[in-house]
Every structure is written in C-alpha cells, then in structure tokens.
Design a protein around this ligand. Structure first.
Ligand code: PLP
Length: 453
C-alpha cells in the first residue's frame, strides 16, 4: 500500500515538474500558479494522485456535458482513429457530413449549413467575418457583460475584464449594456422594466452609431462567464426585432450554453428565437476532441454560393472531433440528457440552491436554468455589495479564495468567477451527486458568510 502511494506521489511530482518547466498556461502569471495534477476522470468526477476525488461542478470549463469518459464516445473516437484519423477539409467524408446533419437538425429554425472550427473563439471570429461580408458593414455590437473567446476579434467583442489586456480599440466593436435586473444598469424596479429599458438603450445605441454601419449584434443567449445571466422573457425577441428593423444580423453565441446546458438543445429554444448565425463548441462533443462551428442561415450561405468564402482552417471538421460529435449527440438523444438537464434544474438544483440562499445571508441571488446556475455572493444583501470587488485580485479576492478552498476541501471542484460560484455540473449528473454537491456547498457557504460586512 505504501509503495503504491509512494509511486503515485512520485508520478504526481514528475507530472507537476514537467508542467512547470514546459507548459505555458492560459490567463496566468506563470510563476504564480500551482496546477493540480489530475490522474483520471469518469462521469461527474476527476481525481488527483493523492487519492482526492472531486465532484466536478464546473464540467471542466463548462463543456463535459455528458461527463468524463463516456464509453460510447471514447469507443467512437478509437474506432475513427483506427479507420481514418484525418483527412483534409476539402474532401467530403462520412463522419463530418453526419455531424453536420445532426447539428443542423437541432439548431433553431432554418440554420442548415455548418462551418466547422476548432473551438468557440474561431466560431465567433468566422461568424463576424460572415456578417461583415454579407452586410458590407464594418461594426459589430456586443454586451459589456460578455465573453466571446480569446482570439483577436473575439476578445475585443468580449466585454469582461479579460479584454483589458488585449483591447486594441481598432476591432470595430461597440459595447452596450444588456439587462441584469439584480444589478440593473437602468435603475429598473422589475424585470419587465429592465427588459424594456435595455431594449430602448440598445436601439438608441444602434441609431446613434448609425445602423448602416452595423453588421451584427453578437450576444450570448444566456451570458455564461459573466454570471449566468438569463435574459428576461421579452429581451431576445426584442433584439431579434431590432436586428430586423435595421438590417443587422443576429449572431447568438451558444458556445457555453448549446447542447443541453440550459435544458434545451440550444438556449434560443427557450424563447423561440432564430438567429442568422449561431456559434457552438464545447458541448457539441463534450470537449473530448476540440470542435466548434457556426450554423448558417440560408440567406448568409447564399452570399457565398458563387463567391468564395475568404476563410478556412486546416482542421475544419477534423474527423476525430466529428466522430466524437456524432457519438455525443446520439448519446444525448438516446439517454435523454437534454431532458435530464431540464429536470435536474427544475426539481433539484433550482430548489436546492434556493434553499441554500435561505440559510446563507451571503447568497444575494440564485439564477439559472437546467444545469447552469450562479450564486451571487454579497457582503450585504441589502446593498448587494459584491463579496469581492469587480476584477479583484490579491488580498481583495481573499474571501472568494477561502470559499473556493472550502469547496475543494469538501470534495467539490467549483467554478468561481468574480464574486460568484457558477454551478455547472455535467448535464447528466445523478440526483445523488446533486445532493452531495449541495451538501458540500452548504458547508462552504458558511466560509462566505463569515466574510460578510
Ligand atoms: N463564447 C463563449 C460564450 C464562451 O463561453 C467561450 C469560452 O468559454 C468562447 C466563446 C470561447 O471558446 P474557446 O475557448 O473554445 O475558444
């Protein structure tokens, strides 16, 4: 037993040493990080080399919608690797065509053509390129509370603080405020007022920017990274109507919320809104092999019917990624995972998280849909002052670090963003694991309570 533990410790140290020597990590000051060495994963759990198992309430980066290591998907990837590992994007190939068909069948309305990318940012990048070429207009609009990826256009579209280090002020982006009733930028008293004022603000911004200069509004259907912001009911239909009025394309970014996360195949289905372009990635194949893409309306596709589309990627529609997508979508359909996500939200996570809010004064708001929720942590529920300031670092962020450490100590891997925890377990998490996660959160929230004003 001890020899086994020693071997695991040595393996952990070797993995960590090599990581620190050679791996340059995203979004990080390289000398200030200490990544956990992961030894394996299955279903809703992953584990380290020291015998710690974590219930993954972050679904990696909100993408393991069917959990880790689903046997049907790993088998499909292995079979595809044995049969045909790769082929250039210009050829027609069975598994890519099938992935496109399965996606097109599920995307809203008449979005029937699929352009494949390797991930979400590239999807956004290409959607913007298509919109500009289709309309002949230069500008794109996006919300301040948004994240759209880390490539050049996508990070400039992004509203959140990750843009700051990348902002060239040359990307042709105009930002606006979307609705967020809990922290209303419009001093609204209720959701209906928030919705109406947000739409009026958006229209004013369009009119004063000059509608003839705006190619697209790019919007997360439910804003994920900025705080699981579920738009009030009339908002997305209202944005669609403004786009139609001013000849602007609506690009819905469903990279984080597509493929079951909110309890529908696509979050747009909650409101019956059909965009002109829809970006997806992550859940399309649970992230087992990198894949993203843009679903394209017939009108936009027609622009490139006889005129070449000036964009492409060496790995567009990589067959291993497409095999994983075909298997994932089939598993989701066979196992009713989208319906399960909706039920888990309505019957377990929603009520469970609201019950936690009753017990813990640091929880200012609970919001979400399906298996996608956020708890907004505050210093004072009356003033709604966030538990840590916007974009906090160092000592300012200590309360959230302590809260996160308490989650991990209890065996739950949290997704912490600013003053919030986002609750995003796999869409097929069991009822038993939801209960276990809520119990761990219950204990960890006492740490947040202790940091209140
Ligand atoms: N769009 C949204 C809404 C996202 O949440 C993300 C990533 O989290 C992206 C785009 C970027 O995707 P990727 O990291 O695959 O480039």
């Amino acid at each position: 037993m001890n020899a086994e533990a020693d071997a695991l410790s040595a393996a952990r140290d070797a993995v960590k040493d090599a990581d620190r020597k050679h791996v340059f990590h995203s979004w990080s000051a390289q000398d200030l990080i200490d990544p956990l060495a992961v030894a394996g994963a299955e279903g809703s759990y992953f584990w380290d080399y020291d015998g710690n198992r974590y219930l993954d309430f972050s679904s990696a980066l909100v993408y393991t919608n069917i959990g880790y290591q689903h046997p049907k998907v790993t088998a499909a990837i292995q079979e595809q690797a044995a049969r045909l590992c790769t082929v250039a994007p210009g050829f027609a190939v069975d598994v890519r065509s099938e992935a496109a068909r399965l996606i097109a069948e599920r995307t809203p309305g008449d979005l029937d053509q699929i352009f494949f990318t390797n991930g979400g940012a590239e999807a956004v990048e290409n959607a913007v390129r298509m919109a500009r070429l289709h309309t002949g207009r230069p500008k794109v609009m996006s919300a301040y509370r948004s994240y759209h990826g880390a490539t050049s256009t996508a990070i400039n579209l992004t509203g959140d603080a990750r843009r700051f280090g990348n902002d060239t002020a040359t990307a042709g982006v105009v930002h606006f405020w979307g609705p967020f009733a809990y922290r209303s930028p419009f001093y609204a008293a209720n959701e209906a007022e928030e919705c109406e004022r947000a739409l009026r603000h958006l229209e004013d911004t369009i009119v004063f920017e000059g509608p003839q200069s705006i190619a697209a509004i790019v919007l997360e259907t439910v804003a994920g990274a900025p705080g699981v912001l579920v738009h009030p009911d009339g908002y997305l239909p209202g944005v669609r109507a403004l786009c139609d009025r001013y000849g602007i394309l609506l690009v819905l970014d469903e990279v984080m919320v597509g493929f079951g996360r909110t309890g529908e195949w696509f979050a747009a289905d909650h409101w019956g809104v059909v965009p002109d372009l829809l970006c997806f990635a992550k859940g399309v194949n649970s992230g087992y092999v990198p894949l993203g893409g843009v679903a394209i309306s017939p009108a936009v596709a027609a622009t490139f019917a006889t005129r070449p589309y000036p964009g492409g990627l060496t790995y567009s529609g990589h067959v291993l990624a497409c095999a994983a997508a075909v298997a994932t979508i089939n598993v989701m359909a066979e196992e009713g995972i989208v319906e399960q996500s909706a039920r888990t939200g309505a019957e377990l996570l929603g009520p469970g998280l609201r019950a936690l809010a009753e017990r813990h004064p640091s929880v200012g708001e609970v919001r979400g849909l399906g298996t996608f929720w956020a708890l907004e942590l505050v210093r004072d529920p009356a003033t709604r002052e966030p538990l840590v300031p916007y974009n906090a670092a160092g000592a300012d962020n200590a309360p959230m670090v302590a809260f996160g450490a308490a989650c991990k100590k209890g065996g739950l891997w949290p997704l912490i963003a600013g003053n919030r925890i986002h609750v995003a377990p796999p869409c097929n998490i069991s009822a038993e694991d939801v209960a276990k996660g809520l119990e761990i959160l219950d204990e960890a929230l006492s740490v947040a309570d202790a940091h209140m004003a």
